[in-house]
Design a protein around this ligand. Structure first.
Ligand code: ADP
Length: 252
């Protein structure tokens, strides 16, 4: 069987903030249907990497390709704006802090992108929003405002909102780290279900049990570099790099 072409491919990504070089030349491929979990110590560049994948953060150099749209970072090609737009349109991001619109209900939050970006009619977006809120177990919360929802419910609305854009890739930036521990499971279960349905995902997380369970591959970052990349069975039982061994001893 031939390996499918990557849906996301980055080469030589570098990013600095002032004197701080945060990404030091990252190469990464993600294949259709693959779940890649990014782990590593705090400050190692995980969030910056995931934000660079959909160009929310502009890398200084390197290339980002998604679904056949390639952007040479640091350059000014004529077709560049269109490529960036395509990459953003084909990917969705779920943030630590949910980033819901506080003045819109759960349903309106989910409908917003399909109407304003995808051009759906209000009735179509309403139907889609209700279906997706049901999918994440929130059919009874359509008319609730974010302030009245628990953190786990807010994050599930954020996931429904991401799905409403019909993305080919979903990027998760520590989706449970702002939640109380007892609310982690409900969010992780929704992500597990998406993995079971073949959604391509890149997930930054510290949840080792979840990573073992859901990842096809774990990528470990340290000091702006990917220092280990392995299927979870190997990553968690026989990591090659001493830094990964030390990290895993620490997080248990
Ligand atoms: P991680 O997700 O692994 O904790 P981050 O990608 O958030 O790491 O951060 C890596 C480094 O980049 C940190 O030193 C952080 O302070 C710095 N950094 C991240 N974003 C910015 C920014 N917008 N401006 C300045 N420094 C930043």
């Amino acid at each position: 069987m031939t390996t499918p072409e990557p849906i996301v491919s980055v080469r030589g990504l570098r990013k600095r903030f002032g004197d701080n070089e945060v990404l030091k030349g990252i190469d990464l491929d993600v294949r259709p249907g693959e779940v890649v979990v990014v782990m590593g110590p705090s400050g190692s560049g995980k969030t910056t990497l995931i934000r660079c994948l959909n160009l929310l953060e502009e890398p200084d150099t390197g290339t980002v390709s998604m679904c056949g749209n390639q952007v040479d970072c640091g350059g000014r090609g004529r077709s560049r704006a269109a490529q960036v737009r395509e990459i953003r349109r084909r990917s969705a991001m779920v943030f630590q802090q949910f980033n819901l619109f506080p003045h819109l209900t759960a349903l309106q939050n989910v409908m917003e992108g399909p109407i304003s970006v995808r051009g759906l009619r209000r009735t179509e977006a309403d139907g889609l929003g209700r279906r997706l809120l049901a999918l994440v177990g929130l059919d009874e919360k359509c008319d609730c405002y974010p302030a009245t929802l628990s953190g786990g419910q807010k994050q599930r609305v954020a996931i429904a909102r991401a799905l409403a854009m019909e993305p080919q890739v979903i990027l998760f930036d520590e989706p449970t780290s702002a939640l109380d521990p007892e609310l982690h499971a409900e969010v992780l279960q929704v992500i597990r279900d998406l993995a079971g349905n073949g959604m391509t995902m890149v997930i930054v997380t510290h949840e080792t049990a979840f990573a073992r369970d859901v990842a096809d591959r774990v990528v470990f970052m340290d000091g702006g570099n990917v220092i280990e990349e392995a299927p979870p069975q190997r990553f968690f039982t026989a990591p090659a790099h001493p830094r990964v061994q030390a990290f895993l001893r620490l997080v248990g």
